[in-house]
Every structure is written in structure tokens, then in C-alpha cells.
Design a protein around this ligand. Structure first.
Ligand SMILES: C[S@@+](CC[C@H](N)C(=O)[O-])C[C@H]1O[C@@H](n2cnc3c(N)ncnc32)[C@H](O)[C@@H]1O
Ligand code: SF4
Ligand code: SF4
Length: 275
């Protein structure tokens, strides 16, 4: 496998009320239905288009300089590639200088490459689903797609990375997952991911738990100021360290299992009021 893992970046960085990274989530429509999928991805899943309003909220919330990163996931971004290409162009036209990452299963390789090539700053890269790229834990993508992606990576080193093999207990999660035996075990500590702006207009604290509607994850609405979202994200991070992790340790539970199955036992983060 020629794809390399992406180097992980600092967590929880907030500068002048802006987040270093933001995920964008349009719903869970997908051309696969992985038995471990944290978002319940499926062909019958939903897709709500990115609009100018979502992108303006993104531009208000994330760092606009080179350190900022916007990550598109889903669902499968290549199923609606025209909307993703439009969104990237809009972010660039409005001055976003940072990097962009597309999480994809790579099956629609040509569409994925069209997305990467569309970026006027050539700073959009892809991250492939480990299981679908390797065939470990899910049917592998067609070899014709894999070859196209490998060729592109060979010509453009660093353009296409491979995701982590870890599977966490969220969504369909670990229970039905056939490849679990060989994967790293879960820990009590949350990885402290950056939050998500969903195209339903809500900011959610966790990309893994994005389909979990618990109030513990609700950072605010699309109309809220960047300060409100950052403040609530900081409150969520503090809650992870002072409430969530001690509970996971005391109950000897994996971190994501606490979020998936035990949140009613925990007080909510100390959020400020939102729109
Ligand atoms: C939800 S998918 C969406 C994008 C695209 N469909 C894909 O599969 O890459 C984003 C990433 O989450 C990973 N993922 C899905 N379910 C997971 C789970 N239960 N634990 C950890 N990662 C998971 C996938 O392997 C993929 O790398
Ligand atoms: S992990 Fe990705 S490819 Fe698999 S069902 Fe979920 S969204 Fe689709
Ligand atoms: S522990 Fe909770 S907040 Fe952290 S990644 Fe898992 S589901 Fe998300």
C-alpha cells in the first residue's frame, strides 16, 4: 500500500475565537453500508446540500490562514461531487487559505480526483477509508479505482492518505465488525477531535458521534457567533477531561462507549446559551 497515514495535528487549538479545524457533514448518504460505520452510512441515507449560509458560518468559525483546515466527510462526498467542488471554490473565493481534506471511500476515484484537482490553491488532499482501501474489514474498492488513486499519489506525493485502522464504538460500531481482533483496542481517553458543522444547521461536538442527538454534543446553531461556538467547544473539551474520562476510567469503559450508551448518567457540559 503506497498511501501513508496523515500526521496528527495539535488538538483543541482555538485562536481569536476561531477553531483550527472544522468538519463539514452533509448527511450519511453513501454507496457502501460498512458494518462498523459510525454515521450509519447507506444508499438510503440523507444528503442536504452545502449552501452559501453553511460556508459563511464555516468562514466565521475556522482559522482562515494556512493553519486552518476544513474537512469534508459524510456519507460519501463523491456522490455529490459537484456540490463539494462548488463549496471548495466558494471557500477559496472568500479568502480561506488553509488546507482541505476529503474523507472518501475512493470507489468513485475519478470524481475524488476531480475534487482534489479543482482546488485553486492545490491544497486539497484525500483520506481513504482504511478498510475499503485494504479489504481488511470491508469489501475492497474495485482495483481499477485503487490503481487510479495510487497513480495519482505516486505523481503527487502526499495528495492521498490512508485513514486509521481503529474502530470505535459509535454508530454501528464495534459489535458486528469482523476485523476487530486485529485492530488496536479502545482507551478511556477521547481523541479530542474538532467539531462538526452539519448542513442541518447545527454545530455538533464530535465527528464520530455526529448522528448522536444527545444535548451533550450541541455546541450551537449556524447563526451563532464564532465566539459562542468556540466557547462551547472549550466547555466540551473541559467536560471530556473532568467528567467523561473519569467516568470511563471508573466504569472501565472505552471512551466512545460512554458517549454512545452512558450519557444519561453524566451532567451536560457547561455551555453558554446559543441561538
Ligand atoms: C464515516 S467515513 C465518511 C467518509 C467516507 N465514506 C469514508 O468511508 O472514508 C469517515 C471515516 O470514518 C471511519 N469510520 C467509520 N466508522 C468508524 C468507526 N466505527 N470507528 C472509527 N472510524 C470509523 C471510516 O473508516 C472513514 O475513514
Ligand atoms: S464508513 Fe464511509 S464508506 Fe463505509 S458506510 Fe460509512 S460513510 Fe460509507
Ligand atoms: S469519546 Fe465521545 S466525543 Fe470522543 S471521539 Fe468518542 S464519541 Fe466522540
Amino acid at each position: 500500500m503506497i498511501f501513508k497515514e496523515r500526521v496528527s495535528r495539535p488538538k483543541g487549538v482555538i485562536e481569536d475565537g476561531r477553531l483550527m479545524e472544522l468538519h463539514l457533514y452533509p448527511g450519511n448518504q453513501c454507496n457502501r453500508e460498512c458494518d462498523f460505520c459510525n454515521v450509519f452510512g447507506a444508499p438510503k441515507g440523507g444528503y442536504t446540500e452545502y449552501t452559501t449560509e453553511h460556508l459563511e458560518a464555516t468562514l466565521r468559525t475556522v482559522m482562515l490562514h494556512e493553519q486552518g483546515t476544513v474537512k469534508f466527510y459524510g456519507g460519501e462526498p463523491t456522490l455529490n461531487h459537484d456540490n463539494v467542488i462548488w463549496a471548495i471554490a466558494h471557500l477559496r473565493q472568500q479568502g480561506f487559505q488553509g488546507s482541505i481534506v476529503i474523507y472518501s471511500n475512493g470507489i468513485q476515484a475519478e470524481r475524488l480526483l476531480a475534487i482534489l484537482k479543482s482546488d485553486s490553491l492545490s491544497k486539497t488532499t484525500a483520506s481513504l477509508n482504511y478498510s475499503i482501501a485494504t479489504g481488511d474489514g470491508a469489501p475492497q474498492m474495485p482495483l481499477s479505482s485503487l490503481r487510479k488513486l495510487e497513480d495519482y499519489e505516486l505523481e503527487n506525493p502526499g495528495a492521498i492518505a490512508i485513514g486509521h485502522p481503529d474502530i470505535v464504538d459509535s454508530g454501528r460500531g464495534v459489535d458486528p465488525f469482523s476485523g476487530e481482533e486485529t485492530r488496536p483496542k479502545n482507551t478511556h481517553r477521547c481523541p479530542h477531535c474538532y467539531p462538526v458543522l452539519k448542513t442541518d444547521g447545527r454545530f455538533h461536538a464530535c465527528p464520530f458521534a455526529v448522528e448522536n442527538p444527545a444535548p451533550h454534543f450541541q455546541l450551537g446553531q449556524i447563526q451563532d457567533s464564532a465566539e459562542t461556538i468556540s466557547q462551547n467547544f472549550q466547555a466540551f473539551l473541559d467536560w471530556l477531561d473532568t467528567v467523561h474520562e473519569p467516568y470511563a476510567q471508573a466504569q472501565d469503559l472505552p471512551a466512545c462507549t460512554v458517549c454512545w450508551q452512558h450519557l444519561e448518567a453524566l451532567p451536560q457540559p457547561d455551555f453558554v446559551a446559543t441561538a
